[in-house]
Each structure stands twice: as C-alpha cells, then as structure tokens.
Ligand binder design. Structure first.
Ligand code: C2E
Ligand code: MG
Ligand code: MG
Length: 665
C-alpha cells in the first residue's frame, strides 16, 4: 500500500474562478458623466441668472441716476434764471421782473422736490437742505431789493457778502449732484457692457463644454450598455458550461437534447452516458489537481472523437454525456462508443505519472428507449450501470436491464417512501474519553428497517441517496430523530451529545443551517448537544461554500468533526482554515495500527497534527484493548469502536450505559 496517498501535503486548490467585474468602472464613468453634466448645467443656469439680475440692477441704477441728473440740471437752470433776474429786480422791484423772479423761484423749488422724489428715500435730507438754502437765497435777494432802495453802495456790499454766497453754495451743490449722478450712469453702463462681453465669451464656452459632456455621457452609456450585454452573455455562458472543462453542463445538454428530439422527426437521437471507472481512486489518492487534469484530458478526447454537430457535456463529477442528434442505427452509436472508449484507453500523463482511465458507457436511443431527454438520461444511466456491473465497456439499454438493476432505481423510490413512513431507524454508538473511559457522546448511525428485506445497513442506500436530492430530507430526518432521542435522554438525566453524519449535498444546501437551528429550537436543546460529522471529500467538493456553511453552524454553537480523516486525500491547508472542532481518524488506519507500524506512525502524526491545530482527536474503529491503550498513550482524546460498544438501538444503549456504570461503581 502506498502511504503517500494521503500524506498531509498542502492542497492544490483549484484555479480560482476569476470574476470579471468590468461593470464597475463603466458604472463609475456613467455616474461621473451625469454629475459633470448636471454641474455644467447648474453653472450655466447660475451664470445666466446672475448676469440677468446684475444687468437689470445696473440698468435701473443708470435710469435713476439719469433722472436725478436731469432734475439737478433743471434746478441749476431755474436758479441761474433767478440770479439773472436779480439786477432787474433791484432796478424795478415792482415791475414784471418780480413776477418772473418768483416764477423762476417756484420752478427751482419744484425741480428740487422732483429731484428728491426720483432720488428716493435716501435723498430726503439733501432735498430739505437744498430747499432751506434756496429759501435763504430768496430772502437775501428780497433784502437786497430793500437795501438797493436805501443806498446803492450798501446794496452792492450786501450783494457781495450775503446774496452771492447763498447762490454759489446752492449752485455748487446742484452742479456737484448732477456731475456725480452722470458719473454713476457712466459706471452702470460700463458694467452692463462688461457683463455682456463676458456673456458673449462664456456662453459659447459653457455650451461647448456641455455638448462635449453630453457626447461623453452618450458614449459612456453606450459602452455601459455594450458591457452589460457582454456580461450577460458571459454569465449565460458560465451558467450553461462546466467551469473546469468548458463543456456544456447538464442544463445545456437538456436544452440541446430537447431541441434535437424536436428536430429529429423520424430520425434517431442517441444519448451516451459515460462514467469513468476508478476515477475516485485517482482523485482520493493523488488529489484534485490530478483529477482535474484527467477530466480535462477525457473531455478533450471525447470532443476529438465526435462530430461537430454532436454535443459532449459534463454532467458533474466523472460523468459525461454525448448527444448524437442524427444516428443511423443502434450499431453506429455503439461503434462511436467503442471509439470513445479506445480514445480514453491511452494513458494520461500528469506530472510524470502515467494514469490509466477506463470508462463505462450506456446508450439510449430516441423512439425505442424514450421520447424525452429525461427518460433517455435515465435509461442510458441504467445501461451504463449495467456496463459497469458486468464489465462490458458499452451497453445499449433494453427494458430487461431494469430487472438486473432494480436495486438502484427501485430502492430510491422505496427510500423516498421509507422517509415518509419513518422506516429509517437510528442506532447509537458510544464514544469514551481516553484516559478515563467516561462516555462522552454517541454517534447516530441510520439503518433502514425494510418491511421485506429487514435491516439494511447505510452502505447500501446512503451512497445512492447521496447521488440525488433525497439525501437532504434524509439528513433532516436523521437530525430530527437524533435530537428527539437526545432530548429524551436529557429529560431522564442522561446528558449525552449526539453526532450525525452529513453529506456533501447538505453543505450545498442554503437552507441547511436554518433547518438545523429550527430542529434544535423544536427539541429545546442547546446547539452544544449536536455534533455534525463531515467527510473530507464533502468539503473538498466545494471548499468555499463548505467553509461558509460550516462557519455559520460553528457560530451557532454546533460542534463540527472531520470524519474518516486519512481515508482520502487530505489537504492540510484546507483543514487549517476550517472552523472544525474535532478530527476522527479513519477506522481503516486505526484497525491496522497494531499490525502495521507505518499505520501507527501515521495515526501518531495525525494526532499531533490535530492537537497542533487545536482539535480534539477521536479514533474510530477501535476493536481491541491493545489499540485502545496504545491510542491513550499516544494522546488520543476519544475512542469509538466495537471494543467499546457497537451501534445499538436507544434502549440497548441505555442498558449498556447502566451496566457499565454499575460495573464501574
Ligand atoms: P462513519 O460515519 O464513519 O460511521 C462509523 C462506521 O463504522 C459505522 O458503520 C460503524 O458501525 C462502523 N464501526 C464502528 N466501530 C467499528 C469497529 O470497531 N470496527 C469496524 N469495522 N467498524 C466499526 P455504519 O453504521 O455501517 O455506517 C457506515 C457509514 O455510513 C458511516 O460511516 C457514515 O459515513 C454513513 N452513515 C451512517 N449513517 C448516516 C447518516 O445518517 N447520514 C449519512 N449521511 N451517512 C451516514
Ligand atoms: Mg461518522
Ligand atoms: Mg467515520
């Protein structure tokens, strides 16, 4: 026996499936383009609104200043007229000149008031001051008229120091006001011009930027659409093809098979099912990396054997199918199958090792063996099993084969009913601590209490159920029954944890964790009462998913064990990362350790490895006292096996337990 088959070498993980996530940058650019476009539109809008408001404000200011200036000039003109009339008034005070002077004075006051009105509230003080100055000026002129009648010399002097300064003060103010407002008009108009010039340049620039962004946005959108379509196509391809070999998978085979049957008319469609012999051995002995190479080589050889119009598909594991849409007769299908077998006969070289692969092929033909793909698959499967059983290589289906393999098909149907009829019974095998020999739990092992055939061991129906979804309700049934028994023992004061075996399919079932939690809650048991045993092969089927589901179970407090450790290919790397608590050494190693020193060495190294990883070690298949003692010396924590106790019905186990306690007392 070649021990290196399971030596604890780091695993050779499968090529990680590269997830293409090209959608992300495109989505990012789409967001950036939309944001850019919105920003440009906002800037454009803000810019236009600000420009319009500024323009309107500047125009209003210019109009107001122009009106103020106009009235200031009117004030200046009327005042000048009054000043011109002063000399005439002093010469002929009672003449028309008085009337004209007063009329000009009224016009001056009116103009001052109008100016105040157009200048607005802020100008009220200045209007008052101007009116006061004007009144003083007129009063001075009246005094001058009186003074001129009395003494022309005094009058002259009076005009110089009294009348003229009043006139000058008012005239200066008025002129200044007019000038100041005309300047404001100029400034406002210049500002409006400036705004218009900026608008003239900025509008086309912003418009151009907007257009460029729209063009970019459109191109990003169409790229994103193209990417989405391409991604959808890639996803479709992935969903319909096997990742390892690139061959169509079961779904695509179904589609193509149904299409071929619909197109066949009176012609014949043939379906070949191919199962590799001893593939599991290669996988378990040499590891998945080798297994993968073999599967790829087989798929290449099958592809090379068939015609372009035929379909080679991988149905899973080591099972392939070939769909022949047009076969002349049964014989030509058989010939092709023989050619396929011959193609696979040549050894496959993997890293210097030459591997022989044999296969068994079952054939079913449309018309004679089924009208839809499902029946063709089923009958090709029966033919393939017959070929395998009888070592025929190739076998064409015929109804009499059903008589030879009723086991498989018949048993599955019965098993389905057996679950509903509660024909499955549990036996419990005790486990004890080393040293101390304290009973520390039991393993629940299912048996089928068949109405006609009696008690059927699990080896006869579990592997069959594991190939179908039936293993899911079966596992649920076993966990339920095991927890029910555990709750009963608990009520009777026996605190025994119970271990249940779970299969690869359970670790693919997204509802599994929730179902376990529900069953624990139903029987009002803490999660620590339940232990789940998983084999290495169940984990390596899909390590990532298994790790996730086991992680969720461990998080809920369920104890997890690796079962049959050392029976197959073991990856230390995978075991190290798994959230498991116990490792159960396979019974084949334990049974032979007394006779075979190299097996003893392997057991010792597994125990060491387990302890180094912080795991509790359990040895199963302990059949004699010497082995039990040896395991204890080696530091093994727990033992299970016929030497301690066989799997027993619950009542038997209770009696065994009581007898044992009694003896020890
Ligand atoms: P396992 O989980 O490794 O269970 C231990 C098997 O070793 C049991 O066989 C048990 O009877 C046997 N065994 C225990 N002590 C000794 C011993 O000292 N010497 C020898 N030669 N054998 C011993 P069993 O009950 O026939 O179960 C076989 C396998 O069937 C189990 O292996 C487990 O893989 C599977 N199985 C049993 N019950 C269930 C179940 O409820 N669900 C699933 N998925 N698998 C189950
Ligand atoms: Mg087990
Ligand atoms: Mg085991």
């Amino acid at each position: 026996m070649q021990r290196s088959r399971w030596l604890l070498t780091p695993g050779s993980p499968r090529e990680p499936v590269t997830r293409v996530r090209r959608g992300a940058p495109v989505r990012l650019s789409t967001h950036a383009a939309s944001a850019g476009l919105v920003a440009v539109l906002l800037v454009l809008t803000a810019f236009s609104v600000t420009a319009a408001v500024t323009n309107a404000r500047a125009s209003a200011e210019a109009q107001q200043s122009a009106a103020v200036s106009k009235w200031s000039e009117q004030v200046e003109r009327s005042l000048l007229l009054q000043e011109t009339l002063v000399d005439q008034l002093t010469v002929e005070p009672e003449n028309w000149s008085r009337t004209a002077f007063d009329a000009a004075g009224a016009a001056t006051r009116d103009a001052i008031e109008e100016m105040g009105t157009v200048a607005g509230a802020g100008h009220t003080d200045r209007t008052g001051e101007w009116l006061r100055l004007h009144a003083r000026y007129e009063f001075a002129v009246d005094q001058l008229v009186v003074a001129t009648g009395q003494s022309p010399r005094t009058a002259e002097r009076f005009e110089e120091v009294y009348v003229d300064p009043h006139y000058d003060a008012l005239a200066t103010l008025v002129r200044g006001e007019a000038t100041q407002h005309w300047e404001r008009v100029g400034e406002a108009l210049a500002f409006v011009e400036e705004v218009q010039r900026v608008l003239l340049v900025a509008t086309p620039v912003a418009f151009g930027a907007g257009l460029a962004l729209v063009a970019w946005f459109t191109s990003v959108l169409s790229r994103s659409r193209r990417e989405t379509v391409a991604q959808a196509e890639r996803n479709r391809q992935q969903a319909l093809h096997d990742a390892l070999t690139g061959l169509p998978n079961r779904t695509l085979l179904h589609q193509q098979g149904e299409a071929a049957l619909a197109d066949a008319g009176t012609g014949t469609v043939a379906l070949m099912l191919i199962d590799l012999d001893r593939f599991k051995e290669i996988n378990d002995t040499l590891g998945h990396a080798y297994g993968d190479v073999v599967l790829q080589a087989v798929s290449d050889r099958l592809r090379a054997t068939v015609r372009g119009s035929d379909t080679v598909a991988r149905l899973g594991g080591d099972e392939f199918a070939v769909l022949l849409p047009h076969v002349v007769d049964e014989e030509s299908a058989q010939q092709l199958a023989v050619r396929a077998l011959a193609a696979m006969e040549a050894p496959i070289a993997v890293e210097g090792i030459s591997l022989d692969v044999d296969a068994s092929i079952g054939i079913a033909l449309s018309g004679r063996h089924g009208d839809d793909l499902e029946s063709l698959l089923q009958n090709a499967d029966i033919a393939m099993y017959s070929a395998k059983d009888r070592g025929l290589g190739v076998c064409v289906y015929n109804p009499s084969l059903n008589d030879h393999s009723p086991e498989r098909l018949g048993l599955l149907g019965q098993l389905r009913r057996a679950i509903d009829n509660r024909e499955l019974v549990l036996h419990f095998q005790p486990k004890i601590t080393l040293p101390g020999a304290r009973v520390c739990g039991v393993e629940a092992l299912v048996r089928w209490q068949h109405p006609e055939r009696g008690l059927i061991p699990p080896g006869e129906f579990i592997p069959l159920a594991e190939r179908t979804p039936l293993i899911e309700p079966l596992t649920r049934y076993v966990i339920d029954a095991a927890l029910e028994q555990c709750a009963r023992w608990r009520d009777a004061g026996r605190l025994l944890g119970v271990a249940v075996n779970v299969s690869a399919r359970n670790l693919h079932d997204e509802h599994f964790v929730a179902e376990v939690a529900e069953l624990l809650a139903h029987w009002r048991l803490p999660a620590s009462c339940l232990e789940l045993e998983v084999t290495e092969s169940a984990i390596t089927a899909d390590p990532d998913r298994a790790r996730r589901i086991l992680g969720e179970l461990a998080e809920r407090g369920v104890t997890l064990s690796i079962d049959d450790f050392g029976a197959g290919y073991t990856s230390l790397a995978q075991l190290k990362d798994l959230p498991v608590h116990r490792v159960k050494i396979d019974r084949s190693l334990v049974a032979s350790m007394a006779a075979d020193p190299s097996d003893a060495l392997i057991v010792r190294s597994v125990l060491e490895l387990g302890h180094n990883l912080g795991l509790t070690t359990v040895a199963e298949g302990v059949e004699d006292e010497a082995t039990c003692q040896r395991l204890g010396e080696m530091g093994c924590d727990v033992a299970q096996g016929h030497h301690i106790g066989r799997p027993m019905a619950a009542e038997q186990l209770e009696a065994w337990f009581d007898a044992r306690v009694a003896v020890r007392i």
